[in-house]
Design a binder for this molecule. Structure first.
Ligand code: PEP
Ligand code: MG
Length: 953
């Protein structure tokens, strides 16, 4: 906004300097912008659009709720009259500690308009207008900030309303709610201060439920609550209705910086600078009798994504009764019987809103004496599963495009969906073993196994400090509980329905959650819960199945769901792949149209390769061959090879290894028929294949002390050899290409095994594309030394096998900064580059990848020295810059140089974005992350559609 206002001011100033004659006019003009527009009536949405330049801008200015109310008003949906105080006013208020100049006057003027529209007067006992004061930021933060209802009630107005409505019970109930909300939200009093006297009162009267309270009861409680207010706040509950409005508006502004709002923003990456808007809305009452009611609904099921309205409502109640999940609600479909006309109108409006916003809506409504009012619409929070289903369905229904569908699903959604679920058999076994505890509403899917804790603070503490897996158990949750929910593996409540606070928040964060398991009796004092004779104490293990709503005693094993069953996800990922494969989605430096990223996988064994392929990998980007050396029957041969005193002995050991390596590679090529397979030659330092030095030393000393001689000499020789292999910085020592140069026999055997397997496969009709990768290159001279020898072996094997043509490459990893800097030279030899960003990060920062994380990286991130752990998310300005330089220089030498990444970053969405921008051909990651990487690649392709690859200049 500041940016927009600034040019206007300069223009005015310039005019004033140039034409002093027009000074009068100029002065007028300069005054106008100082009285900023802080208030927008709902019907002024057009002005808000003009002011902020876009719909996104309107959402930023009026908040999501304000923008929604204004937009609904424009669409002719029945919305109670009202206006929005902008987020800009909130930000000014936060800076100065007072309303910005002009806000209050504008607010008063807006109240006059609302009075006219509503045909009522604020503070007038003979025809009173009551309003609500509701928070609403750009991004919805359900329940995290303040809302105050029934503003405008005081002693006189209450009497006036009773005369008007002839409904004293409703009036006193509304009044006591106002006093309570004022105390708890405006003056931060503890809920208990009000709840306790109310519980005592009910007990004294022998009432169990609120509905049993009569008019005199509520009236008496109003008196009690006012007394509580005075005692704890220090002055009387304000009778001046405008004072109420002022204090409520300030309280909503202040709630932006409340602890729970800050925690929530941290967890959801919402910026603190946005501020909240305040919506002042004419009150409509759902608690005016049995022709009144209130409810919330989702236009499709937010848990499963099914195309069926899901909602609940309560007759004769106010909004918070439904959301808090304290009273048992009825499904919205029942309105078809209880209020058929209203139901029809409601379904019509809900459908219209979904089509208008082209997304599933979460609506709030109130029926006041048979008239329907819409109080809110927003895009519904949803589970990962439903996010994917809804996106695919909306695209199939042609309400959105395939591209929009792809963009609507987050990589976190995919991650969550592929998270573990309970093993069906294990669950049946648990049931048979009598471990079933209770069943509730399946509010947020997934399996959670953890130790039960009965309040948010303890759940968070045990999760964070004691590093336990926790499940937070509560009767129902409130916004204050969110930190405990986020820290827990799962959430269980004994009350509330599918739209209760616990359910909505858990769905948003992808936390498995069961709500309303009403058989459970929670004893907060004894810190335990029971169903019949079964008791679970605090700290006991429970298993919560958010997919089915079941709760079990103890731990039940989980397993990862199979991707093949996720048909909607497969459809979406296919659309994503099509987007990435579009020519022109990226532009090569010379202006040629090119495609987006492919996703390959790191796989060492055929079974991993098969999984990777079924997950959609288009190649193997890294096979760490040494992993095959660790197989129990091979390790002794490997050790013999390392200990060999002569080249002959070494070669003989290697010849023993050759058949197994060949068969490993054969399996890989077979699994990846038609796709490239990058096989990396041996990389780790040799000591990694030897027994542990300390343990061996201990054994040798014990034998010596005991005087045992059998086998001692061999052990002593082995110990001496291990000592000999010892290096102070093994990660910088004899490994990678250095080891190949010092001991070429190993890689010669590996290359023979690769090409023998490739030829065998080719002869069986499999399309093989082997790419031999040389690790840890620092200078082209290393490649010049080793690569021709290996190429000769390849050619020899081809000749031996009688294979005329084979599509193969020799290339290198870029994982030493010097390699990146001299990429132009390296590309003269290397036919492909693969960034080993684990080592490249280690060596660029000079951080040991084995020690940095446990020693100081956490502190560095906490202190803001590093924005993120660079071993997880690429450091663009350092490591990323080296990569960019290496690609530009490498392609300067070899224009069609294939470039990939095989470090851990290859599966991280932010790092994938960078790889797209700098021109990688593919990213390679763990098979399990392939679906996430495919979606991330599609997202970035759409985000930068058509943009040129960023070159290093
Ligand atoms: C790397 O360094 O990024 C890499 C993939 O190799 P490794 O992790 O095996 O050293
Ligand atoms: Mg490496």
């Amino acid at each position: 906004m500041a940016k927009k206002a600034a040019p206007k001011k300069t223009a005015v100033k310039k005019a004033a300097v140039k034409k002093p004659v027009l000074k009068k006019v100029a002065v007028k003009k300069t005054i106008r912008p100082t009285v900023k527009k802080w208030i927008f009536l709902f019907e002024e949405v057009g002005k808000a659009e003009k002011y902020s330049g876009s719909w996104e801008g309107v959402r930023g200015l009026l908040g999501g709720k304000g923008a929604g109310l204004a937009d609904m008003t424009r669409a002719g949906v029945p919305v109670p009259p009202g206006f929005t105080v902008t987020t800009e006013a909130c930000n000014e208020f936060r800076k100065a500690g007072q309303f910005p100049k002009g806000q209050w006057d504008q607010q008063l003027a807006a109240m006059k308009v609302v009075e006219k529209q509503a045909g009522k007067k604020f503070g007038d006992p003979s025809n009173p207008l009551l309003v609500s004061c509701r928070s609403g930021a750009k991004f919805s933060m359900p329940g995290m900030m303040n809302t105050i209802l029934n503003i405008g009630l005081n002693d006189e107005v209450a009497e006036g309303m009773i005369a008007l409505t002839k409904n004293p019970r409703f009036v006193w109930d509304s009044y006591r709610r106002l006093v309570e909300m004022f105390g708890t939200t405006v003056f931060n009093l503890d809920d208990e201060l009000f709840e306790h006297p109310m519980a005592e009162y009910k007990k004294k009267k022998g009432y169990k439920l609120d509905v049993e309270m009569k008019a005199e009861d509520w009236k008496s409680l109003v008196g009690t609550f006012k007394q509580v207010f005075k005692t704890h706040v220090g002055f009387d509950f304000p009778q001046d209705v405008y004072k109420q409005l002022e204090l409520a508006t300030k309280a909503v502004f202040e709630s932006w910086m409340g602890k729970r709002a800050i925690d929530y923003r941290k967890a959801t990456n919402i910026s603190d600078t946005l501020g909240t808007a305040v919506n002042i809305v004419t009150m409509v009452f759902g608690n005016m009798g049995d022709d009144s009611g209130t409810g919330v609904a989702f236009t499709r099921n937010p848990s499963t994504g099914d195309k069926k309205m899901m909602g609940e409502y309560l007759l004769n109640a106010q909004g918070e009764d439904v959301v808090a999940g304290i009273r048992n609600t009825s499904p919205v479909e029942e309105m078809a019987v209880t209020m058929p006309k209203v139901y029809k109108q409601f379904m019509g409006i809900a459908g219209k809103l979904e089509r208008h916003y082209r997304d599933v809506q979460d609506v709030e409504f109130t029926i006041e004496r048979g008239k329907l009012w819409m109080l809110q619409t927003r895009n519904a929070k949803r589970t990962a599963k439903s996010a994917i289903k809804i996106a695919v369905d909306l695209a199939t229904e042609k309400l959105i495009t395939k591209e929009e569908a792809v963009l609507r699903v987050t990589t976190e959604n995919v991650d969550t969906l592929l998270h573990p679920q309970f093993d069906d058999k294990a669950k049946t076994d648990a049931e048979k073993a009598g471990k079933f505890f209770a069943k509730g509403v399946n509010a947020s899917p997934g399996a959670a196994v953890g130790q039960a804790y009965f309040d948010a603070d303890t759940a968070e503490k045990m999760a964070k400090e004691a590093k336990q897996d926790t499940v937070m158990v509560r009767p129902f949750t409130k916004p204050d509980d969110v930190h405990g929910m986020i820290a827990s593996k799962g959430v269980l409540t004994s009350e509330g329905g599918a739209t209760s606070h616990a359910a909505v928040v858990a769905r948003q964060f992808g936390i498995p959650c069961v709500v309303g398991a009403s058989a459970i009796k929670i004893d907060m004092e004894k810190r335990m819960m029971t169903v019949g004779s079964v008791t679970i104490k605090e700290g006991d293990w429970i298993s919560v199945d958010g997919t089915t709503g079941q709760v079990f005693v103890g731990k039940i094993p989980t397993s990862a769901p199979s991707l093949e069953e996720q048909t909607d996800l497969l459809t979406l990922l296919k659309w994503g792949d099509e987007i990435c494969a579009r020519k022109g989605i990226r532009t090569a430096p010379k202006g040629w149209p090119t495609t987006g990223l492919q996703v390959w996988a790191n796989a060492d064994y055929p079974k991993d390769a098969r999984r990777a392929r079924s997950y959609g990998a288009k190649g193997i980007g890294l096979c760490r061959t040494e992993h095959m050396f660790f197989e129990p029957e091979r390790l002794p041969i490997v050790q013999r090879m390392i200990l060999a005193g002569t080249s002959e002995v070494r070669t003989s050991a290697l010849n023993e290894l050759l058949p197994s390596q060949r068969s490993d590679f054969d399996g890989l090529f077979d699994a990846m028929d038609g796709c490239p397979v990058i096989i990396r030659l041996i990389d780790p330092p040799l000591h990694e294949f030897m027994p542990d030095e300390e343990a061996l030393l201990e054994e040798v000393i014990t034998m010596r002390v005991k005087g045992e001689t059998e086998g001692l000499a061999e052990k002593e020789t082995l110990l001496a050899a291990i000592k000999n292999l010892h290096e102070s910085n093994p990660m910088m020592g004899l490994r990678g290409v250095r080891l190949s140069i010092a001991m070429p026999e190993i890689v010669e055997m590996q290359v023979r095994a690769i090409f023998e397997a490739a030829c065998d496969c080719a002869q069986r009709g499999i399309i093989v594309k082997p790419e031999v990768m040389i690790p840890l290159t620092g200078t082209v001279k290393e490649l010049e030394w080793i690569q021709p020898r290996l190429e000769r072996i390849a050619a020899t094997v081809l000749a031996e096998k009688g294979v005329k043509r084979l599509d193969y490459k020799f290339g290198t990893m870029i994982e030493i900064p010097r390699a990146a800097v001299t990429a132009a030279e390296i590309a003269e030899r290397a036919e492909f580059f693969s960034f080993g960003t684990n080592d490249l990060t280690q060596m660029t920062f000079g951080y040991s990848r084995d020690d940095a994380e446990r020693n100081f990286l956490v502190i560095y991130v906490e202190q803001g020295i590093l924005p993120k752990n660079p071993f997880q998310t690429l450091d663009r300005s350092g490591v990323g810059k080296l990569m960019k330089m290496a690609i530009t220089d490498g392609r300067g030498t070899r224009p069609n140089l294939e470039v990939g990444i095989c470090g851990e970053h290859g599966g991280d969405p932010e790092s994938i974005e960078w790889c797209h921008m700098i021109g990688n051909n593919y990213v390679s990651c763990s098979p399990f992350r392939v679906p996430i990487a495919r979606l991330a690649a599609a997202h970035v392709a759409l985000k930068y559609a058509g943009a040129a690859i960023a070159e290093d200049k």
